[in-house]
Design a protein around this ligand. Sequence first.
Ligand SMILES: [Fe+2]
Length: 419
Amino acid sequence: MPEEIIIYGYFWIAFKKKDYVNCIPDETGMMIESQAYTEIVSACDAFQRDRRLESLIGLIPQARLYDYGFRSLVGPLEATRARIWEACGRFQGDEKWCVRQVLDQLDELDMLRQLEVPNDFRAITVHFAFYHKALSSIRANLERACASSEYGLDKILWKFNQAMESVTASNGVYVASWNDLEDWRVLHIPDVGLEVVKLIYANRHSLNLATIPNKVSPHKHSNTSEIHFSLEPTDGDEIVGRYRVRVAEPYAVPIRPGDWHAYEQNKNSRPHKLFFLTGSPQLLGWGIVNDRTVTESSKLTLTSLGQGQIQKVGGVLLERAIQDAESQVTNKVFEKELISSSSTDGLTLSVVAIPDSWSDSSPDAIHLVTRGAGELSVLNNRTRVKEGDVFAIPFCMACELQNETGGPLVLLSSILKNS
Ligand SMILES: [Fe+2]
């Protein structure tokens, strides 16, 4: 039986088995609901009764946008789970039962992330329906536990509500910011010795930010492609394949599956902020499947390169590439691919400089604003974006960006191509 049918089957059984209504004292009070959200909830309910698709068709694009937004909450929801686990031993009675329910439901949402958001009715009847019911139930259980708890669940509930509203209040156009990171969202990854914030998850690739005080140990992935890049001044060694590249300014390097990679010898007084795009058609974004092997650089035979030789590993000095794009833009949008899919076996990185406005319908794209600010429109939903913001646009969906600043609005954009 195809794997997809087995996984969808699991969710259908879980869906039917759980008495969510008992977990939701007041469904109408959940989250911030727009008319669009309420309409899709009603369509889900109707489908449960009559199994007809007609009323769903026009709602699929908007539902997919919500699905993408909820999918990108992987970081906040993992942080919620970790905080509850830390406090779990202190709960008793009713509050203990409620937090156990919350942990189970977070586990089920984690499983849902192993499925790509489809472009058909299942975007509503499986993905949206499951996110809506599970997230509503988590909130109801946290509220019930808070009512009888003395152990600081209020803060967890408040953060959870904030995360939900970052999706629902914008009709699914979820925007994360790497400039404004809270300690609460940081995940500790002990085997490679670093801290990570999961920023955005598209269907098959993701953008994450690691904070590295000194080094991240060399490791390689069996199936996953990566692009490492920095946006701040740096002073250390980036290891890629057989090379150790000295880097003293913002850079980007491609990493194929099977290539050793690391960052070492940080000489900066501040931790190195390393962005990593990671993806695989089979294994999806980072952390969904762990396919890494870890070693020590003393066990590798590496050739040293100066940063002027970064092209030898397929890399680019990023700040210079961004400035170059800014200087070349006229009254037309300037786009340039900096890292090609052939150098990573899948992922790309491009710079886009926008003088006035830009329309894009790239497949499954992740965008990071590196200069300026503007208005992002997707399916008539509008939101403001500024330097440091990150967002993902589902495949088969167009977005428009209107520049609202004097200079060009500049993006770094990434897609994952089938290799
Ligand atoms: Fe890696």
